[in-house]
Ligand binder design. Structure first.
Ligand code: NAG
Ligand code: NAG
Length: 425
C-alpha cells in the first residue's frame, strides 16, 4: 500500500514542473489522496507521509429503520456530497446499524434489497412510493440494489470528491438513537448482543476495504446506562466492562482490516472519558487504560467525545468541562494519556440566531483553537422515518427539508465555513 502510493507520487512529480518554492515535504504533498493508512503519534493523526491532519466534517445518518444513507429520495448522492465539499468539509461520519449485517447472515449471506428495506421500514405503500423517489433521483439504483451497494456508492462518491469516510457503529437495531431505554444502550441490552456487534464490526471493516476513502471506524456510538434492565445496569455499566468490550471491538476491527484508525467513545452517551485520559482505575476494577494493551496497533487509537451542553452559560465553563471530559489528552501531563481526541457530535437548532449563542460560538473557536477534529450533528434535512414519523423534519440539520440548500445560510456564512477553514489550516 505505502509502496504503491509512493510510486504514484513519483509519477505525479514527473508530470508537474517542479517549483523552487516547494516545501521540503514535497513528495508528501503530491502523494495520492487519501495517502493512508493513517496512524497516530501522540496527539496527532498522521498520513502515510507523516503529515498531520484532522477531520472537519459532518454526520450522515444511515443507521435508522431503512438502514441506508438518508436523503436519497430528495437528492442524488453526487449533489449531497458536492454540498459537503462546497464548504470545505473533509470527512463524513457515516453511521450504520448492526442489524443490517445480522440480516445478511440471516439471509445466508445475501444482503437485503432496497425494495424490501423500504417496505419493511415504511410499510408497503409508502415503501413503494419513497423507493420510486430514490430511484428517480439516483437512477443508477434499482429496486434490487442492496443496502450495502448504496453504502458503496456513497463511499465511492465521497472518495471521488476527496472526503474521508469514518464508519460509525451507531446502534444495533436500526432506528433513531439514543435513549437509555431503547434496548441498544449497553452490551447485553435487549438488542445489543456483544457477539453480533463484534461480528458486525468485522464484517463492515472487511467490506470497507474496497472504499478508497475509508480511514477510520468508531466502535460504538454513545454507550449509556441500560436503565430498562436494572440488573444489567448494576452488574455491568462501568469502566471495567467498557474496557473489556472496547478491546474486543478493537480486535474485531483490526484483525478484519488493519488499516483504519479505531475510535473509542466514553460513558454516559460518550460525554466523558476521564479515567481513560487521566490514567486512573477503570472501576470497579483496579486496571488502567493502556495503549500497550492494543498490541501491534497502539498507534491506531483515537478518542471521540460528544457534547450537547447547549444551554451552558459561559464558554469558560464549557471549555473546563470539555478538558476534564477528555480533551486534555491533547496536552497530556504526568501519568496522563496523550492521544488524538475528536468531537464526533455536537449540534444545535439551525436557525438565524442559535449559532450566535454561547454554546455554538464557543465550540466554533475552541475546537479549531486546540486543533481538534470534529463532525457536526447533522447533515440531514429530514429522515425517511424517525421514531415512527415518516419524512421527519430535522430542525438541527445543516440542510433544509429536501436537502437542497443550507437550512441556516447565515450560520454557514457567518461561522461554519470559518470553523472548517481554521480546523484544517
Ligand atoms: C499540524 O501540526 C501543527 C503543529 O505541529 C499545527 O500547527 C497544525 O495546526 C496541525 N494541523 C492540523 C490540521 O491539525
Ligand atoms: C443476532 O443475529 C442473529 C442473526 O445472525 C439474529 O437472529 C439475532 O436476533 C441477533 N441478536 C440480536 C440480539 O439482535
Amino acid at each position: 500500500m505505502r509502496l504503491a502510493l509512493a510510486l504514484l507520487a513519483l509519477v505525479g512529480l514527473g508530470k508537474t514542473a517542479p517549483s523552487p518554492h516547494q516545501p521540503h515535504d514535497d513528495l508528501s504533498s503530491r502523494a495520492a489522496w487519501p495517502n493512508g493508512p493513517f496512524v497516530t503519534s501522540g496527539r496527532w493523526i498522521l498520513d502515510a507521509s507523516g503529515k498531520n491532519l484532522t477531520y472537519a466534517g459532518t454526520n450522515w445518518p444511515s443507521h435508522a429503520d431503512v438502514m441506508i444513507p438518508e436523503g436519497l429520495q430528495y437528492q442524488s448522492i453526487e449533489t449531497i456530497v458536492q454540498k459537503i465539499k462546497s464548504v470545505g468539509m473533509n470527512a463524513v461520519r457515516l453511521t450504520f446499524a448492526i442489524q443490517m449485517v445480522d440480516e445478511i447472515y440471516t439471509n445466508g449471506g445475501t444482503d437485503v434489497t432496497l425494495q424490501t428495506a423500504f417496505a419493511q421500514a415504511l410499510g408497503q405503500a409508502n415503501g413503494v412510493k419513497v423507493l420510486a423517489q430514490v430511484l428517480a433521483k439516483n437512477p443508477r439504483f434499482t429496486a434490487t440494489t442492496t443496502r450495502l451497494q448504496v453504502f458503496d456508492a456513497v463511499a465511492a462518491e465521497l472518495a471521488r470528491q476527496q472526503i474521508y469516510v469514518h464508519l460509525d457503529n451507531h446502534i444495533s437495531k436500526g432506528m433513531w438513537c439514543c435513549s437509555s431505554t431503547d434496548g441498544n444502550s449497553w452490551w447485553g441490552d435487549t438488542y445489543f448482543s456483544a457477539a453480533n456487534w463484534t461480528r458486525g464490526l468485522s464484517y463492515m471493516a472487511n467490506h470497507a476495504k474496497s472504499w478508497p476513502a475509508f480511514m477510520s471506524m468508531g466502535l460504538r456510538n454513545e454507550p449509556r446506562d441500560p436503565t430498562n434492565i436494572p440488573s444489567l445496569s448494576k452488574s455491568s455499566y462501568n469502566w471495567q466492562t467498557w474496557y473489556t468490550y472496547m478491546r474486543q471491538g478493537a480486535t474485531a476491527v483490526h484483525s478484519a482490516n488493519p488499516a483504519p484508525l479505531i475510535f473509542l467513545s466514553g460513558l454516559s452517551y460518550d460525554t466523558y472519558l476521564t479515567p481513560v485520559v487521566q490514567g486512573t482505575a477503570l472501576t470497579p476494577g483496579t486496571g488502567k487504560f493502556s495503549l500497550g494493551d492494543f498490541v501491534g496497533y497502539a498507534d491506531k487509537l483515537v478518542l471521540e467525545l460528544h457534547n450537547y451542553e447547549n444551554s451552558i452559560g459561559s464558554c469558560s465553563s464549557l471549555q473546563g468541562n470539555l478538558e476534564r471530559n477528555g480533551f486534555e489528552a491533547l496536552r497530556g501531563g504526568a501519568g496522563k494519556a496523550v492521544m488524538p481526541v475528536m468531537m464526533t457530535e455536537f449540534g444545535f437548532q439551525m436557525d438565524e440566531k442559535t449559532w450566535k449563542g454561547v454554546y455554538a460560538s464557543c465550540l466554533a473557536s475552541y475546537l479549531p483553537g486546540i486543533k481538534a477534529g470534529w463532525t457536526i450533528w447533522v447533515l440531514a434535512g429530514s429522515y425517511y422515518i424517525r421514531s415512527g414519523t415518516q419524512d421527519y423534519d430535522e430542525g438541527w440539520g445543516l440542510l433544509n427539508h429536501d436537502w437542497s440548500a443550507w437550512r441556516s445560510q447565515s450560520y454557514i456564512d457567518g461561522a461554519f465555513r470559518e470553523m472548517v477553514r481554521a480546523t484544517l489550516s
